[in-house]
Design a binder for this molecule. Structure first.
Ligand code: SAH
Ligand code: MG
Length: 202
């Protein structure tokens, strides 16, 4: 199904969640483009992008490629392979491009190498699917929800990664925006797939 061995792509996405994303993008793609926030080295991008490619649709992939808090030097999920010594910054874009090239997705994925808020600033295109997997601070998660969820078309999907209803399992902000989306009354809630929250815009 996928064009490359997904285990060869660095990243943070369970296979069951990835397959669910593929299915969602495949269903959504008949109606409009898809967009993800948080691509890292392209694991989720390969799942979503492959579905979009099969439907001749487009996937916008938003990431500043400077890493989230937990990817920075000295932090728990820091990967020295992705550290650019010259700028002394994280840089996952090179690896991301390699993934797109290996997976032959350059005709489908439009990388937006920018902070989520900036990428959203002039955005007007209705989206059939928004996948939020960016920064995990309250500010970042809330920002992603507020900037991008208004662009989801009726019948389209909002998918949120790292939703942990039990605080013992993980951080709060993705769970909080998932709750906020449900409380808005604008979405129909679907069962969680592991940590993937899926909501359908009414
Ligand atoms: N979806 C990826 C994992 C994403 S990790 C996978 O399947 O493996 C989170 C990513 O969000 C990081 O690459 C980081 O650079 C990006 N990110 C964090 N905050 C961001 C922001 N405000 N704007 C854009 N990208 C952001
Ligand atoms: Mg995640």
């Amino acid at each position: 199904m996928l064009p490359i061995d997904i285990d060869s792509v660095k990243g943070f996405l369970d296979k069951t969640e990835g397959e669910a994303l593929y299915q969602l993008a495949f269903a959504a793609s008949d109606f409009g483009p898809c967009l993800e926030i948080g691509s890292y080295c392209g694991k989720s991008t390969v799942y979503l992008g492959t579905a979009c490619q099969q439907k001749k649709n487009v996937l916008f992939a938003v990431d500043h490629h400077r890493g989230s808090e937990e990817h920075q030097l000295g932090e728990e999920y820091h990967d020295p392979d992705l550290f650019d010594a010259e700028s002394h910054k994280m840089d996952s874009f090179r690896e991301f491009r390699k993934t797109l090239s290996r997976a032959k997705l350059e005709d489908t994925v439009v990388p937006l190498v920018a902070p989520s808020r900036l990428a959203a600033q002039c955005w007007t295109t209705p989206l059939s699917l928004v996948f939020i997997d960016g920064g995990h601070s309250t500010q970042a998660a809330l920002n992603d929800y507020e900037c991008w969820s208004p662009h989801i078309m009726p019948g389209g999907y909002l998918a949120i990664h790292d939703v942990f209803p039990n605080p013992a399992d993980g951080g709060r902000p993705p769970y909080e925006i998932w709750c906020k989306a449900i409380a808005s009354g604008l979405f129909e809630e679907q069962p969680l797939i592991k940590t993937l929250g899926i909501l359908r815009r009414k």
